[in-house]
Design a protein around this ligand. Structure first.
Ligand code: F6P
Length: 505
């Protein structure tokens, strides 16, 4: 049995895959009109010429999009239909980057609070306590926009590992630190344990937690019951999934770091991509094309992993953010109707900033038996503030490395006389570039990755908005913690627990 949307088009796409695998990327790249594979939106260029895909394969992918009623699915999502069918709710993260949202009372309240904190000389540090989407997004953006950071220092503590919080607290003055407890559900064990420790630390130093702690959550009543002043609770909608939430009040720490105007510019960039994805023709729609490429690489070329390599040290945390985004969204094995998928959906996503990655795992990318497509991300100009020719030249070295790697992976360099020096090439990448990493450009880029995730999810027909796969581990940790139902656990787990519970001498 084949999955429904794929059944009619699978043959054509399988044939296209066999055909390109029998030719070489270097010959595909020389084909006339190959620049058809370069897509442009404003100054964002998405160069797909180094994909193992030909014109007929691309046309077949667009047929797949039609078979999957992709345009309808996109429209349904934007129009607020309850597309998250297991949680019976719409998907609302795009609603918090519209001009209407920017003019809303909620956004005004959030920005006013952020600006008050920024102006307050008695707040020198902000600590965001949150995990997953309540951590990775704001942390990544704060690093990415370090050049715009003129507010208090911002720390991010996600892990329940005590060193994570401890190592931040030792750098903070209890009388000058604001804690933001960020948790959509306000039930997450790690975040609540860290928040409790932070409260204890404030108490120990005689500081009123009522003023030093605020909350960002979709569960206001729980935050209030926990002890947060209702005036210090910044809500966001239930329909905004954690991994899609950095645009909402979850971005409060970012706003405090870079200011509300810069934050608004980031939202404007995301909104621009939303409009493009919603309205551009499928054949020129970057979100759609990149989503189709995910499916192409995973299902037809059968490549199980996908790398993201930002050539920008400040974007070093982007792969970790995108990893949660894509893998928590599309790491599924049943379709939306609950039927088993016949072939795997979302790939393993991973990555490290270039050029450091070149001196680490690029050996494997260039010469291992496995082939892994990657996105290479690079700005044409250095970051704002790195002015002058010297920094410009320095940045050029970085950007040249980015394109050199794309070419080396694609073209290879045969050396049959010395097999250890042989580069087979034929290793696909997408080169994504833009002028400069401003808040606007970053918003655009991140929203694009969200759309790639969701669109490939639509094509695989999985629900990209739930994450039931994380529940069992949480439940078992709770059981082990409470000691209830221990008979369900293996002898090895019980032995580990005994060791943990043995009093230290
Ligand atoms: O356990 C996974 C998860 O639910 C993620 O989806 C989410 O981003 C993270 O935990 C944190 O959840 P919350 O914001 O509710 O604390």
């Amino acid at each position: 049995m084949q999955d429904k949307p794929f059944s009619q088009i699978d043959d054509a796409l399988n044939k296209a895959a066999s055909r390109v695998l029998a030719t070489s990327l270097s010959s595909l790249m020389q084909m006339p009109n190959r620049d058809r594979f370069i897509y442009q939106f404003e100054d964002l260029t998405v160069d797909c010429t180094r994909q193992l895909l030909d014109d007929d394969g691309l046309s077949a992918l667009f047929h797949l999009a039609e078979n999957c009623q992709l345009q309808t699915r996109i429209d349904e999502m934007f129009s607020g239909a309850p597309v998250n069918i297991t949680e019976h709710r719409p998907v609302q993260h795009m609603s918090v980057r519209t001009p209407d949202y920017l003019a809303s009372v909620a956004y005004q309240k959030l920005s006013a609070f952020a600006e008050t904190v920024r102006r307050n000389p008695d707040i020198t540090a902000v600590v965001n306590l949150g995990i997953g989407g309540s951590d990775l997004g704001p942390k990544m953006v704060t690093q990415a926009l370090a050049g715009y950071h003129d507010g208090p220092v911002c720390h991010f503590v996600g892990n329940i590992c005590p060193t994570d919080l401890h190592d931040v607290l030792v750098t903070c003055d209890p009388e000058k630190t604001l804690f933001i407890v960020t948790s959509k559900t306000f039930t997450t064990a790690e975040t609540l344990a860290n928040a409790m420790m932070a409260k204890h630390w404030l108490d120990q130093h005689g500081v009123d937690a009522g003023t030093a702690m605020v909350a960002v959550t979709a569960a206001g009543a729980r935050a209030q019951a926990w002890g947060i002043d209702p005036d210090h609770i910044f809500a966001f909608a239930d329909g905004i999934g954690g991994r899609y939430s950095l645009w909402s009040s979850v971005g409060l720490s970012v706003m405090i770091a870079i200011g509300s105007e810069n934050f608004s510019r980031m939202l404007a960039g995301a909104y621009a991509i939303d409009r493009h994805v919603r309205h551009a023709e499928l054949s020129q729609n970057i979100g759609v094309i990149m989503g189709l490429l995910r499916v192409w690489c995973r299902r037809y070329l059968q490549l199980p992993a996908y790398g993201l390599i930002p050539y920008d040290q400040r974007l070093a945390a982007l792969p970790a953010w995108a990893q949660q985004l894509e893998m928590e969204s599309n790491g599924k094995s049943v379709d939306r109707q609950g039927h088993p998928l016949q072939r795997p959906a979302g790939p393993l996503i991973w990555g490290v900033a270039g050029t450091s990655a070149q001196h680490s795992f690029f050996q494997w990318l260039h010469q291992s038996v496995d082939i892994t497509p990657i996105d290479i991300l690079v700005a044409i100009q250095p970051a704002a503030g790195l002015d002058g020719q010297i920094w410009g030249n320095h940045h050029k070295l970085l950007a040249i490395n980015a394109v050199a790697q794309a070419e080396a992976l694609a073209l290879g360099a045969p050396n049959l006389a010395e097999p250890h020096r042989h580069f087979s090439g034929n290793r696909p990448s997408v080169l994504i570039s833009w002028d400069q990493t401003t808040p606007y450009a970053l918003g655009r880029l991140l929203a694009l990755y969200e759309h790639i995730t969701v669109i490939s999810g639509f094509l695989w027909d999985v629900n990209s908005f739930d994450q039931w796969g994380v529940e069992l581990g949480k439940q078992m940790a709770n059981q082990l913690q409470s000691g209830e139902g221990l008979e369900d656990f293996s002898p090895a787990a019980k032995a580990f627990l005994d060791r943990l519970n043995t009093p230290r001498t």
